[in-house]
Design a protein around this ligand. Structure first.
Ligand SMILES: CC(C)(COP(=O)(O)OP(=O)(O)OC[C@H]1O[C@@H](n2cnc3c(N)ncnc32)[C@H](O)[C@@H]1OP(=O)(O)O)[C@@H](O)C(=O)NCCC(=O)NCCS
Length: 146
């Protein structure tokens, strides 16, 4: 018998999703700059901020958080639980927001996995923000279009 392809379900979450987003963020960022429930609730209360969660095999697996202002959308964060990484979910979450138009993001110079993902999705490097992160490391600015 051939196993059925596991279902991927995508769902928009509002402020009520803050605890789930915080839990997934902590799993994915493991010891990095983890955002807590209150921070997610605060972010989601700002107009234009949207969270899209993906569930795989009935379990929350990852999410993307974006903020759209006029015609530009910023990826505030993207997280896939280590249990579900390298199964195409990060790419699918990014593809889901492409209809929003021009997209940009900051990614740590040391985050080679995320940079590889964004480049695989067609993003290009547009600049550097020096000392952007709490640990003093630089961020690369990437954009879906120049
Ligand atoms: C970055 C992250 C979101 C990737 O999610 P993912 O679901 O594993 O990514 P995908 O399976 O969709 O990967 C798509 C492509 O991206 C690239 N990629 C993803 N993870 C990679 C890794 N660890 N090393 C190298 N390339 C990687 C590959 O080209 C991959 O295609 P392939 O699997 O066919 O080789 C995930 O590793 C994560 O949550 N990391 C911790 C949080 C984080 O860094 N978020 C981004 C902040 S800007």
């Amino acid at each position: 018998m051939i196993a059925a392809k596991p279902d991927q379900v995508f769902q928009d979450l509002g402020v009520e999703g803050a605890p789930l987003l915080a839990a997934l963020h902590e799993e994915a960022f493991q010891g990095g700059e983890v955002w807590n429930e209150a921070e997610f609730a605060s972010l989601l209360s700002i107009p234009g901020t949207e969270a899209l969660v993906v569930t795989l095999e009935g379990q929350p697996a990852g999410f993307i958080l974006t903020r759209t202002l006029l015609d530009e959308t910023e990826i505030l964060t993207l997280a896939v639980s280590p249990r579900f990484q390298r199964r195409g979910l990060g790419r699918r979450l990014i593809e889901k927001i492409f209809p929003k138009g021009q997209i940009f993001l900051e990614v740590s110079v040391s985050n080679t996995a995320a940079m590889a993902l964004y480049e695989a999705c067609g993003f290009v490097r547009a600049g550097v923000r020096r000392g952007y992160y709490q640990d003093g490391s630089d961020a690369i600015v990437m954009t879906s279009k120049i």
